[in-house]
Design a protein around this ligand. Structure first.
Ligand code: HEC
Length: 139
């Protein structure tokens, strides 16, 4: 005896199974060599970087903000041909995961007087962006 409810569920299950097979194939991106810290997804970070930071920054050219390739592990305000704010220039820390996280959460709180006011409120977004910046820096 065929119960129409069970048949409906079987069809729904099959549809779900087909979707589950189809989605990973479609979502696969080219292989990335990432040195992401725990919890950071560099591939997602690249997308976020382009949409959130791209208006002011790029990896290889100074724009409104300084270029970013190599920023992970670099001393703050050390791109020689970029005009940093006096506030940032007088600092002397290294950009590691912790400092980048604090900076992106609230640059003005970390360095009062900085000219970057842009914030990334979500911790996972910050972790992903940091993983991306790290993957574009020397090991
Ligand atoms: C509205 C423009 C703007 C946006 C958007 C922006 N920045 Fe900046 N950023 C700046 C400016 C301007 C500076 C230089 C600040 C200073 O000199 O005080 C800067 C500096 C920095 C620095 C310090 C670099 C160094 O050489 O010491 C880092 C790191 C940074 N930004 C990361 C980011 C990231 C990551 C994003 C995206 C989530 C982002 N910024 C979005 C304008 C921006």
């Amino acid at each position: 005896m065929e119960d129409p409810v069970w048949r409906g569920m079987a069809v729904a299950l099959m549809a779900a199974a087909i979707l589950a097979l189809a989605i990973p194939a479609a979502a696969q991106s080219p292989v990335q060599i990432s040195r992401a810290p725990a919890g950071g997804d560099a591939a997602r970070g690249e997308q976020l970087y382009q949409s959130r930071c791209g208006a002011c920054h790029s990896l290889d050219a100074n724009r409104v903000g300084p270029r970013h390739r190599g920023v992970f592990g670099r001393r703050v305000a050390s791109v020689s041909d970029f005009r940093y704010s006096p506030a940032l220039r007088k600092r002397s820390f290294i950009w590691d995961a912790d400092m980048l996280d604090r900076w992106l959460a609230n640059p003005i709180a970390l360095v009062p007087g900085t000219t970057m006011g842009f914030r990334v409120p979500a911790p996972q977004d910050r972790a992903d962006i940091i993983a991306w910046l790290r993957s574009q820096s020397a090991p």
